[in-house]
Design a protein around this ligand. Structure first.
Ligand SMILES: [Zn+2]
Length: 461
């Protein structure tokens, strides 16, 4: 089973699943008030690769990612442009899905919206107040974090250090501790509001994800992910609420590193904010996926014109391979030894690397070795053997989302993708009876599976 670096433990651990062959994961989604940037693209791609890889390995993944459609920043934007918060949220949510689709990121299984979850969030807050873990003030309801044993786990810093850090930023005199965070904000004039036992207002951001994750995935779900900047305080605050409710929360925590643009950490304040829309419009969107895969997910990702062009070059090598082997005359059933052994070893190495904390740079290196191998075989006149090696390249690329089974991934659901992947694996393993039974299952669901040397292609029956 795959091992990942668990931020809470500060260690590599097996991703032991709550339910056999089923993965329940939650990844914090966007606050929809502005154009998505390349940092969003990075986390979207990393968790998409994790999901696709697990699906490729036959694991059913339930992927929940929220949409924060009410927030200070949305209200501010709505006021700036004299629009409603609902209009702002709808506009930027559409932009979000447009670029995520362009990047080939599979849509989450569930995308709960904050405004649809207010009733459940009020229940969560009321429960925390009832238990004496939250208190009401004129500035809103706050969570009293010092009543939560072990608070600060995800920050890996002692409470006192966190407190002095928070004290520097605190501007409220109503908090019992500078670390206490808001659960319910009282209504301000002109803002959208909801009813609550503490008067009209709206829930705080940290209550959103804990409520949705527990509702849609249940207790003790497998993985909670997001960008490293979310680990503290956002994820810690989610964790604190779950703990306060006496409910088991995420088993594992996974965080990705930040993006460095032209040598500087990307942030809006630095002015090196790069729009994802510009990126997907100006380059082959798959090159950003390849670029993301070339760095380990916990390392900073350097985005410069040069790194993007390099990724585009590498992608062209894959595309050239695809063109070269699209129509080989006859595909042999198997490769002769030692070629066969070599291919099996390379495949194993690919999986070993992926399962070692998603070491995608090393897994990609295995793929590009196979690309060279396929080309060398073809150069030596062994086109059919080259085609078999190329077939494996494209199968492994599917696990990374580089070449999906169908051009538009979002046209088919997870179940179909899983059937196609299982079928490709069965064909590669030479299990033609299983491959045929999977082809029939696809047909029953309205899809004709066509064999090509680069994997299965689908068309409507
Ligand atoms: Zn969240």
């Amino acid at each position: 089973m795959i091992r990942i670096y668990d931020t809470a433990l500060g260690n590599l651990v097996e991703l032991d699943l709550r339910d056999d062959n089923r993965m329940a994961m939650y990844v914090c989604g966007p606050t929809v008030y502005d154009t998505p940037h390349i940092g969003h693209g990075r986390f979207g791609l990393i968790f998409d690769v994790l999901r696709r890889y697990l699906q490729f390995m036959g694991i059913e993944v339930t992927y929940v990612s929220n949409v924060t459609d009410i927030d200070d920043k949305i209200i501010e934007k709505a006021n700036q442009v004299s629009s409603s918060t609902a209009e702002i949220a709808a506009k930027y949510e559409q932009e979000w899905w447009d670029v995520m689709d362009a990047l080939g990121i599979l849509r989450p299984t569930h995308t709960p919206h904050a405004t649809q979850y207010v009733t459940q969030m009020v229940e969560v807050i009321a429960h925390l107040v009832e238990k004496g873990l939250a208190y009401n003030t004129v500035e809103g309801v706050y969570m009293e974090v010092e009543k939560i044993p072990g608070y600060g786990l995800l920050a890996h810093q002692p409470l006192d250090t966190l407190k002095s850090g928070a004290r520097l930023m605190v501007c409220s005199s109503h908090k019992r501790s500078p670390l206490d965070f808001v659960l319910w904000k009282p209504a301000k004039p002109g803002e959208p509001t909801w009813d609550s036992p503490w008067g009209k207002g709206r829930p705080g951001w940290h209550t959103e994800c804990v409520t949705m994750a527990l509702d849609l995935l249940g207790e003790d779900f497998d993985l909670h992910g997001g960008g490293a900047d979310l680990a503290f305080p956002h994820h810690e605050n989610e964790r604190a609420q779950a703990q306060g409710l006496g409910r088991r929360f995420a088993r594992r925590w996974m965080h990705n590193g930040w993006v460095v643009v032209e040598g500087e950490k990307m942030s809006k304040s630095l002015g090196n904010f790069v729009s994802l829309k510009d990126l997907v419009e100006q380059t082959d969107p798959r090159s950003y996926r390849l670029l993301v895969l070339r760095s380990h997910y916990r390392s900073p990702l350097e985005v410069t014109k040069r790194t993007i062009l390099d990724a585009q070059d590498a992608l062209q090598r894959l595309d050239a391979l695809k063109r070269r082997f699209e129509n080989p005359d006859i595909l042999p059933d198997s490769l002769p030894d030692p070629l066969n052994r070599e291919l099996a070893q390379a495949t194993k190495q690919f999986h070993d690397k992926m399962e070692d904390d998603l070491d995608t740079p090393a897994a990609l290196a295995v793929i590009f070795d196979l690309v060279r191998k396929a080309n060398t075989l073809a150069d030596q006149g062994q086109l059919a053997y080259g085609a078999l090696v190329a077939g494996e390249v494209f199968s492994l690329c599917q696990a990374l989302g580089l070449f999906a089974a169908v051009t538009d991934n979002n046209l088919v659901d997870d179940e179909i993708t899983k059937l196609v992947n299982s079928r490709d694996q069965a064909r590669l393993a030479g299990n033609y009876a299983l491959a045929d039974s999977l082809r029939k299952q696809l047909l029953a669901k309205g899809w004709v599976a066509e064999d090509t040397p680069v994997g299965t292609k689908l068309r409507h029956a």
